[in-house]
Design a protein around this ligand. Structure first.
Ligand code: AMP
Ligand code: MN
Ligand code: MN
Ligand code: MN
Length: 297
């Protein structure tokens, strides 16, 4: 019998993935994953379909979300797991963040038009389909129109921070993202602390020292982009800092075709024990969170 594995970082077409939530579940079942989490950017709108589909299949499904935040001028993504996605504070917070996305998208389109690209906001919105719209949707439209060969090129030449069509949006501090996730009964995990090879050990260590007191519960220790050294470093730092370890592929379907669900670039997998440890941790801290929420009111 093959060893069961999991994937706790997946995007649907509610944000910048291309699979519907139901398609994600069916695909995960077909490749024999034991558990999956849907973690769309700044939206929970895919979670009903995701959980309802999973309930009819032999697979464990965890409700999640990925919230972008800004800390010392750097974007930090915080994953929330086991969230009550009907929590009013969480919903209001995500609404506010998506409003910031929408006004930033208008800025990006205006900037692109002034640079000579023929593109409209209506086209981007129609293409995205879901409620959390971002730069990957702009990138895929620019590719379809023949301006770029792939999203990497669209980001490099146009959309990444510092590129000509980049426009900032107002991002919350990670402390706020962590607090809201806790209020919704979830645990907060720092997504891909090493992203596109940008972070050194001293940096990750320093950040963990600052984020742990903010309530951070875990780090994403398994991620396809890590080198073996980076992966080991994150497991070590998680152990030193008393943080749980999660893992996933950051699957985006056709928007990032090089990354497959469950297996990333092919040589990747997340052991099911990760989820067991996260569950145990969640169970243990839930009482603490409940107490904080009650006394804080
Ligand atoms: P946004 O949420 O609109 O700020 O866009 C960020 C998303 O774009 C990330 O979640 C990735 O999916 C994608 N992304 C970020 N940087 C790059 C890049 N250099 N190349 C391709 N996709 C990227
Ligand atoms: Mn994305
Ligand atoms: Mn991310
Ligand atoms: Mn992601």
């Amino acid at each position: 019998m093959s060893i069961k594995t999991i994937d706790l970082h997946i995007h649907s077409n509610a944000s910048d993935g291309t699979f519907t939530p139901a398609e994600i579940v069916r695909h995960a079942v077909s490749i024999n994953l034991e558990a999956i989490a849907l973690t769309d950017h700044d939206t929970i709108s895919g979670l009903d379909e995701f959980l309802q589909t999973a309930a009819t299949e032999n697979i464990t499904a965890i409700p999640g979300v990925e919230i972008s935040s800004l800390f010392s001028g750097r974007e930090i993504h915080i994953l929330g797991y086991f969230i009550d996605y009907h929590n009013p504070a969480l919903l209001a917070f995500l609404d506010h963040i998506r409003a910031g996305r929408n006004s930033r998208n208008e800025d990006i389109i205006r900037r692109l038009q002034s640079l000579g690209y023929e593109i409209t906001l209506e086209e981007v919105t129609a293409r995205a389909g879901g409620e959390s719209i971002g730069r990957p949707h702009v990138a895929s439209l620019l590719i379809e129109k023949g301006y770029f060969k792939d999203s990497q090129q669209a980001f490099e030449r146009c959309l990444k921070r510092g590129a000509p069509a980049f426009c900032p949006r107002k991002l919350p501090h990670p402390e706020e993202a962590i607090r809201i996730i806790h209020q919704a009964g979830g645990i907060a995990v720092w997504a891909h602390p090493v992203y596109r090879n940008k972070f050194a050990r001293s940096h990750v260590r320093g950040m963990l020292r600052k984020m742990k007191p903010l309530g951070l519960d875990g780090v994403e220790g398994f991620y396809p982009g890590y080198t073996p050294v980076q992966h080991q470093m994150l497991l070590e730092l998680a152990a030193i800092s008393d943080l749980v370890v999660s893992g996933g592929t950051d699957f985006h379907g056709g928007n990032i075709p090089s990354i497959a669900m469950g297996s990333g670039d092919g040589n990747f997998s997340v052991p099911a024990e990760c989820l067991a440890a996260m569950r145990e941790y969640h169970h243990n801290i839930k009482h603490e969170i409940d107490n904080i929420t009650v006394t804080g009111e």
